[in-house]
Design a protein around this ligand. Structure first.
Ligand code: ZN
Length: 316
């Protein structure tokens, strides 16, 4: 080993101990960031190869994974990262909601030993509503993948506590994004995985949402004791803090207000989005707001205000 490679090895060892991100491997479809002792966020990269964020918690006697990405390959890469850090068994994967960008790799996690935990409505929706999610962009390949998704093994419509040995993980049912949403918190690390109840500086997908419920849930996040010292892992966008939660809630409130004003002025259809989108960009200059995302969210917001919003219905 040359002196230069020795220095590189020492440098990378030091960096592994103290640097954020914990593992920025360009071959990975996400950036792994340690956000607490044994708590990792896997943040989707700029090319969106993972499709969403995920993460995991290493406890005394096992690992709990939060969400499974869009593609099985991304989930395989996540299992690889877990295996790099610990030999403890992967015991659970908790889906924050049914959307394919959070459940697409569930089978990989199950094959790695995990029990799939989800809101009770996910079992009824994961193979049916996901086709609707993609609308006219659904391909035969995507349809086949959706039809083959594993159903959750353990479902709940109540809050749960999962113990990984002495490590407590709190799974809560929350309202707003789909009608079947869970958050996962690790109180000893002050970390909350919010799923898609929080998006950081990118417009949220309102397809199944109720903005009224959603803003109330985000207000609850802000009221959590010690919220100012918490780390929030959003469903999309980088690792967040309390200010990001406040920023996101104000974005939702702006969408609702601007769409309501434009409707009052008699606008509808495409002209609604044309009126609202530039105003959103002015109010939130540090956000990345694509025309496509803005047009969709304006349409869904208008539906909610008109009382014509289609939302998934729980299957008995
Ligand atoms: Zn979602």
């Amino acid at each position: 080993m040359t002196l230069r490679t020795l220095l590189q090895v020492i440098g990378s060892m030091l960096c592994a101990a103290v640097c954020m991100p914990a593992h920025a491997d360009p071959a990975l479809p996400f950036v792994l960031k340690q956000v607490g002792p044994g708590v990792y966020a896997a943040i989707d990269g700029p090319e969106h190869k993972a499709g969403s964020n995920a993460g995991f918690v290493i406890g005394d006697d096992g690992v709990l994974v939060v969400d499974a990405f869009f593609t099985p390959d991304a989930a395989k890469a996540l299992v690889g990262e877990i295996r790099r850090l610990t030999a403890k068994p992967i015991r659970y994967v908790v889906n924050t909601h049914y959307h394919l960008d959070h459940t697409g790799g569930d089978q990989v996690l199950r094959d790695a030993g995990a029990i799939i935990v989800a809101h009770r409505n996910v079992r009824g929706w994961v193979r049916t509503e996901n086709a609707h999610l993609f609308g006219d962009r659904v391909t035969p390949d995507l349809k086949a993948r959706i039809a083959a998704l594993p159903l959750p093994d353990l479902v709940t419509d109540k809050d749960l506590i999962v113990w990984l040995g002495s490590r407590k993980i709190v799974v809560r049912t929350v309202l707003g994004h789909t009608g079947g949403d869970l958050t996962i918190s690790i109180p000893d690390a002050k970390v909350l995985f919010t799923g898609d109840m929080l998006w950081r500086r990118v417009p949220p997908n309102l397809i199944d949402g109720s903005v009224a419920e959603w803003t109330a849930t985000d207000a609850d996040f802000e009221q959590t004791p010690d919220a100012a010292h918490m780390t929030f892992i959003p469903g999309h966008g980088d690792v967040a803090n309390l200010r990001d939660v406040e920023d996101f809630r104000s974005y939702l409130i702006d969408v609702r207000r601007l769409v309501a004003e434009a409707r009052k002025a008699g606008l509808e259809g495409d002209s609604l989005a044309q009126a609202v989108t530039p105003k959103l960009r002015t109010l939130h200059p540090d956000w990345t707001i694509s025309d496509r995302a803005a047009a969709a969210e304006v349409r869904y917001m208008a539906d909610e205000l008109a009382g014509t919003k289609r939302r998934p219905v729980p299957v008995p």
